[in-house]
Design a protein around this ligand. Structure first.
Ligand code: ADP
Length: 634
């Protein structure tokens, strides 16, 4: 045991304490994953060393084979993992093993419900990592030394997982990290060669460097114990370099958990090797669940980049567009240089063509998933639909392909669920229908009951119901799908084209002519509040409705712009009325100008309310309405 100096006791960051508590109490049903997590870290540490050693070969300190060793001591009830990777300095250990650096962690922790079952799912999203050691151990010791530092600058970290850890400086001759798990009583099953071997085969076979266990020693009784020998128990070759046909689904899944820091299996993956002008392999995964920080700007995204099987960087963002930031995976290039940097990646034309090919791969994979596993795709859409909706604006070249992947709620879909594809919509469109109709709004209940849908209901025409904040913005980029243009049913002068018969059109014109006088009277009464007054052909049951001008901003866009502090141009709605409605007939016959004014204002305010808008002067509305009610009861 070496001498310890500068010994101190430090407290864990609050989030670490919460995470530890949760880990210990909610992951008990699958304890063995601790080994996978620690091996995964060791493998990352070796990757980092290999990369840094490209420019500083002295870091290899003589160049012993890079590997991970797992051993155990039945008597002491310990399991030990040792790697000769990059290692940690004293400061590294304090930060990496005492805090969680991920942005948004505090928010994430607030979401925990205390319900262990639910929380263990959440924690899967978060990634369990190093702290999973405390699932099986009641004391964890880490001995480490960062490559390149002096042997006297080793670090000893120890904790019982109860709020604090001890840290001291020690001598450590070999670079890398040794982790000693003092198993809890009752967890002694893990101090066993067969058990460890099986866990490694099950979860870590894909790890590209050798994982060694002590060879089973068949020493006969009374014989000298033979010198320690080790044997490799995993396959130890990079998974993506092997032919697809030889890789089992379980191997793909475990590899995903390693690179994706995820606890759950992925939904789908795509593994390819490209040869020709460019040479690279890629292995891309669609996760089953959105990470908690999907919408945080600084959240990690991007692929793991290897150059000729040497790890170069994590989170290489230049290989996929932002709207596919949830995709996890590896890309291994034969064309890039080993000292490629993020800046070079951003400019290199090789990367551009890889990016467009990888984007296509992902979109194809999603198309396949949608076609072959519609239930799984539903889950995908729930998690990532909002992000996919950023696609048409960002990726013009793939607009049509992305549009094909979109799913919407509709007047004919499942109640409020975003499940209708544009292809499905068009397949059941009415004869003669050459438009895709949609309505945007705040909530599903509001749009579903909107008076704007009355004529569509009457004619049995399907309308897409869009209530995500991003929808109006999305639609401003979509324009058309499969040659059919999109029409906002609340906008402009609704023209149903061939869906209206000649007779209906003629009748509408006649009614409009007959009601010219009423139009003028309402215009005079509502004055500045409206841009136009006209007879509606959208309504069957409601007396009146507000339409948005063809070029005006809708409510969602208005709110988004206002929230971002921009000045939004003023626009006034179009007031349309239903001449067949008894209230309108009454209005038409009203002699008193005062009453006519009150009633037309009430109809205007009601139409605004039905559209989910707020009233400019709610008190005036109440006053007018009450006045009428009083008159009624006399
Ligand atoms: P994550 O791996 O998701 O970053 P962990 O909690 O598993 O989170 O690990 C925290 C950090 O501790 C790692 O990012 C790494 O910097 C450091 N670390 C863990 N294990 C090792 C190891 N075997 N060698 C070197 N550094 C390590």
């Amino acid at each position: 045991m070496s001498v310890e100096t500068q010994k101190e006791t430090l407290g864990f960051q609050t989030e670490v304490k919460q995470l530890l508590h949760l880990m210990i109490h909610s992951l008990y049903s699958n304890k063995e994953i601790f080994l996978r997590e620690l091996i995964s870290n060791a493998s990352d540490a070796v990757d980092k060393l290999r990369f840094e050693a490209l420019s500083k070969p002295e870091l290899l300190e003589g160049g012993a084979e890079l590997k991970i060793r797992v051993s155990f001591d039945k008597d002491a009830n310990t399991v030990t993992l040792e790697d000769n990777g990059i290692g940690m300095s004293r400061d590294d250990a304090i930060t990496h093993l005492g805090t969680i650096a991920k942005s948004g962690t505090a928010d994430f922790m607030k979401n925990l419900s205390g319900d262990q079952k639910k929380d263990s799912h959440l924690i899967g999203q978060f990634g369990v990592g190093f702290y999973s050691a405390f699932i099986v151990a009641d004391k964890v010791e880490v001995f480490s030394r960062r490559a390149g530092l002096d042997a006297s600058e080793g670090v000893h970290w120890a904790s019982k997982g109860e709020g604090e850890f001890e840290i001291a400086t020690i001598d450590k001759a070999d670079r890398g990290t040794r982790i000693v798990l003092h198993l809890k009583s009752g967890e002694d099953e893990f101090a066993d060669g067969w058990r460890l071997r099986n866990i490694i085969k099950k979860y870590s076979d894909h790890i590209a460097l050798p994982i060694e266990l002590p060879k089973e020693q068949a020493a006969a009784e009374g014989e000298e114990k033979p010198a320690e020998e080790w044997e490799t128990v995993n396959r130890a070759s990079a998974l993506w370099t092997r032919p697809r046909t030889e890789i089992k689904d379980e191997e793909y899944q475990e590899f995903y958990k390693h690179i994706g820091h995820d606890y759950e299996n992925p939904l789908s993956w795509s593994h390819n090797k490209v040869e020709g002008k460019l040479e690279y392999s890629s292995l891309l995964y669609v996760p089953a669940r959105a990470p908690f920080d999907l919408y945080q700007r600084e959240a990690p995204k991007g692929l793991k980049l290897y150059v000729q099987r040497v790890f170069v960087m994590d989170q290489a963002e230049s290989f996929l567009p932002l709207y596919l930031r949830f995709i996890k995976g590896v890309v291994d290039s034969n064309d890039l240089s080993l000292n490629v940097s993020r800046e070079i990646l951003q400019k290199d034309p090789i990367i551009d063509s890889m990016k467009s090919a990888l984007t296509k791969r992902v979109l194809d994979m999603l198309e396949k998933l949608a076609k072959n596993e519609p239930e799984q795709y539903k889950g995908f859409w729930k998690n990532f639909g909002q992000v996919m909706k950023e696609g048409p604006a960002e990726d013009f070249a793939n607009k049509e392909k992305i549009a094909g992947l979109l799913r919407f709620a509709s007047t004919q879909g499942e109640e409020g669920e975003q499940v209708v594809s544009l292809a499905e919509y068009l397949a059941r469109a009415k004869e003669g229908q050459d438009k895709i109709y949609y309505l945007t709004g705040e909530t599903y209940a509001q749009v579903k009951n909107s008076p704007h849908l009355e004529v569509f209901r009457k004619k049995g025409i399907e309308v897409l119901l869009l209530t995500d904040r991003i929808d109006e913005w999305l639609m401003s980029y979509l324009n058309e799908f499969d040659g059919k243009s999109f029409v906002d049913v609340a906008r402009g002068d609704l023209d149903l084209g061939n869906l209206d018969s000649e007779e209906e059109k003629k009748e509408a014109e006649e009614v409009a002519k007959a009601k010219e006088g009423l139009v003028e009277r309402i215009k005079a009464s509502l004055g500045d509040a409206v841009s136009e007054v006209r007879v509606s052909h959208r309504l069957t049951d409601s007396p009146a409705i507000l339409a948005i001008g063809e070029q005006d901003l809708g409510m969602q866009m208005r709110q988004i712009l206002e929230a971002s502090g921009q000045k939004v141009p003023d626009s006034k709605p179009i007031f349309e009325f239903n001449p067949a409605h008894p209230l309108i007939e009454k209005l038409d016959g009203e002699q008193s100008e005062e009453r006519f004014g009150d009633l037309s204002h009430i109809l205007f305010d009601q139409a605004a309310l039905a559209a989910g808008d707020s009233l400019k002067d709610p008190a005036a509305y109440v006053r007018r309405l009450n006045k009428l009610l009083v008159e009624l009861s006399i």
